[in-house]
Each structure stands twice: as structure tokens, then as C-alpha cells.
Design a protein around this ligand. Structure first.
Ligand code: GLA
Length: 386
């Protein structure tokens, strides 16, 4: 759906009058998985697809939430923008309004809002971060709040914690809010210092493969990993002064890991510590133009997510195995939270078509599921369109 079609949809639903349009992208993470809530590095890029929010202030004391993707709609009074509505999608935008209220921002008039997303939902490409960020950017501008973008990013993350119950790190919202076309975001999730690194991928494309596995990121498993990481920190604290897993280097970890008595917790921590190190090295390689070395670290990342962190599952592993043996594949791994969703691969231009047909066929033969492929186009972080 293009921008003028979206405008007509808005007018059809809410009537003639002025309307503003905003957009925030989904993301694909190239490397640095499950490191963000441990204060580590991540390296995602913003995509060209994401979530749109069309909005008009109305003077009425309610906010209307509707979506072209979902049937459920809600009209919420300005006094109730701090409470979830059942288990509905509207909790993402309401959760963002709630963060503005928490900051003491008062809304004296409501709005009509229409959302539309073209990120495949549940694919691990951050459709939820996109809707949170686009809402934050739209409110910030329409109501003249004027918060810096990074505040909006943090509020979007809080909305996810408080209204979706996922104790996520900041990667997705940050990529959606701060990403830039043809760049990846090299983010230190502890300090929020970041660098936009040009994606120098001469002759290589980023291919996203959606497993279409019905099992998507579930908050229970995700939050369990978060707790396991905290348990690892507690076990290591008597031996080294750390507050998070990013505070320990790989060699120190190797020397101290036997103090973590729970073997599962030790493996979770080993993934995080080694993944932070891989991310740092991978970004150095990319800056040197050594895409091959970057790709090898992607493979190591997948192995670690599969064996130590145990967030891959049969579908992501089947996609990985099908991809890894193809000619022209420089690197491949699961991306996002895991438990289904997508892999991301670096594939030589001339091999992309063959990759899609062969990996697709093999994946289907192994799992019985039909995958989808997207040759990723990067895009800019959240912005006003009109
Ligand atoms: C989800 C979370 C992110 C991050 C990834 C795993 O996408 O929202 O914060 O933890 O999983 O890297």
C-alpha cells in the first residue's frame, strides 16, 4: 500500500481534513544476538518496511486506534491512556502514550490514528518495535513535545516491557528509531553510544528467510533467558566485580566459568560473552571490507545460539543447514529473538536466485513449511512522511 492509498484509507474512515503521516522501520540484526539486555554490542540495520501511522488531532477527549492489518479497533478516553486494553495490538500504541503520561505530559485533546504495517508479524523483524517507535515519533511531533529521539526509543522499549510483558533489550527500538539507509547501527547497549557503519557489501546482498514457523518469540522463553543471564552475573560476582555479562571478557570468563554451578546458566553466559566479542570483531572486519570474515562469525553466532543459548529450534536450524552449504553464501544465522522467525544470510549477487530456490526447496522438504525470502533493503529510522 502506498502513501496516497493510505491517505485515502484514513479519509474513508475518519473523514476529510488534514492528516499527517509517519513511518518507522522494522530491523534485521546482522550479529550480536541476546547481547542487548546484557549491556553488550548489537549490529542491526533498519529495513525499508515497517509501520505507518496516520494521525489527525480532533479536539475530542478520546483517541481512536484503528489498523489496516487488524480488525480490532478501540476508542480510548484521554484518562485511560495508561491502561492496557485486553491483549490487543492497541496496547503497543497505548503503551507509548502511557510513557508520555509518566513523563508528566498531559494531553488535552485526542486524535484519530490509523496504523498500517508491512513487516511480516511474528517473523522476528521487530514489527512491534516499529509500531511503538512510529507512535512515539508521531505523538512527539503532533503534540509538540519535542523529546530527543533517543528518549522516544527508550519509551518505546518501556512500552514493550509494561504493555507486552517482554523484558526486551533496546536493540529493536533503537534500530527503528536511529537507523539509516545503507548503514548498520553499531550500538553499545550499556552506554547507548552508537556509530552508523556503512554497509560496504560489494557484490553481496542481505537475504532474509522467514521460516514461517508458527512458533514465534514467546515472552516466557525470552524472559527466562533474561533471568538466566542475571543468575550468571550473580554467580560470578564473588569472583569479579561485574554488574552485567558485558563486563567480563572471553578469557576471564573461561577462567571463572566453573564457578557457575548450573551448567545451563553457564552456557547461556558463554553465548553472551562470546557473542559480544564476535560482534566487536565482525564490525572491525566489515570496516576493513573483509565480508568473508564477517560471514564466518555469523556462522559461529548461529552455532552458539543453537548449542549454548538454545533459541533456534528445528525450523531455524533447518534453514541454516540448507543455506550454509550453498555456493555463494558468505554467512548465515538466525536473527532476532529466535524460536522461529527469520534467518539472515549474506549471499553473492549472482547466487541469490539459486539460493532462494534451492534453500526454499530443501527447507520445505525438511519441515513441510513454505518459507518466504526477502532481499533486504535498508532504510531510515522513524520519520515524518507528510
Ligand atoms: C528480541 C528483543 C531484542 C533482542 C533480541 C535478541 O528482538 O526485542 O531486544 O534481545 O530479541 O537479540
Amino acid at each position: 500500500m502506498n502513501v496516497s492509498e493510505l491517505k485515502s484509507e484514513f479519509i474513508k474512515r475518519y473523514g476529510e481534513g488534514p492528516v499527517a503521516g509517519f513511518f518507522a522501520p522494522g530491523r534485521v540484526n546482522l550479529i550480536g544476538e541476546h547481547t542487548d539486555y546484557n549491556g553488550g554490542f548489537v549490529f542491526p540495520c533498519a529495513l525499508s518496511f515497517g509501520n505507518y501511522c496516520l494521525i489527525r488531532k480532533t479536539g475530542r477527549p478520546t483517541v481512536m486506534f484503528a489498523s489496516l492489518n487488524m480488525d480490532f479497533e478501540a476508542e480510548v478516553s484521554l484518562d485511560n491512556l495508561d491502561k492496557p486494553v485486553g491483549k490487543e495490538w492497541v496496547n503497543y500504541p497505548i503503551g507509548v502514550f502511557a510513557q508520555f503520561l509518566k513523563k508528566g505530559i498531559r494531553f488535552t485533546e485526542g486524535a484519530d490514528m490509523l496504523f498500517y504495517g508491512d513487516v511480516p508479524p511474528g517473523a522476528g523483524l521487530s514489527s512491534s518495535a516499529a509500531i511503538e517507535v512510529v507512535t512515539g515519533v508521531a505523538i512527539n511531533e503532533m503534540y509538540g513535545v519535542g523529546l530527543p529521539r533517543v528518549e522516544i526509543v527508550k519509551m518505546a522499549q518501556k512500552a514493550e516491557h509494561e504493555f507486552a510483558g517482554v523484558m526486551c533489550g533496546i536493540m529493536d527500538q533503537f534500530a527503528s528509531g536511529m537507523g539509516a539507509k545503507d548503514h548498520a547501527v553499531y550500538l553499545n547497549c550499556d552506554t547507548l553510544d552508537y556509530e552508523l557503519v556503512p554497509l560496504k557489501l560489494d557484490g553481496v546482498k542481505i537475504v532474509i528467510a522467514n521460516t514461517n514457523s508458527p512458533h514465534k518469540l514467546d515472552s516466557g522463553k525470552y524472559n527466562e533467558r533474561v533471568r538466566e543471564c542475571h543468575a550468571a552475573v550473580d554467580a560470578l560476582k564473588p569472583y569479579k566485580n561485574i554488574v552485567q555479562l558485558a563486563d567480563i571478557q572471553v578469557d576471564e570468563f573461561e577462567a571463572l566459568k566453573d564457578h557457575i554451578k548450573d551448567e545451563t546458566v553457564m552456557r547461556r553466559a558463554r553465548h553472551v560473552v562470546t557473542e559480544i566479542d564476535r560482534t566487536r570483531r565482525a564490525v572491525d572486519y566489515l570496516k576493513e571490507g573483509n565480508v568473508e570474515a564477517f560471514g564466518k562469525l555469523m556462522l559461529a553466532s548461529h552455532h552458539s545460539l543453537r548449542d549454548d543459548y538454545e533459541v533456534t529450534g528445528p525450523e531455524l536450524d533447518a534453514m541454516f543447514e540448507a543455506a550454509v552449504k550453498e555456493d555463494g553464501v558468505i554467512g548465515t544465522r538466525m536473527t532476532g529473538g529466535g524460536f522461529g522467525g527469520c534467518t539472515v544470510s549474506l549471499v553473492k549477487n549472482e547466487a541469490v536466485d539459486e539460493f532462494i530456490s534451492r534453500v526454499g526447496a530443501e527447507y520445505k522438504a525438511v519441515t513441510g513449511l513454505t518459507p518466504q525470502f526477502y532481499v533486504a533493503e535498508t532504510g531510515d529510522g522513524g520519520k515524518r512522511l507528510f
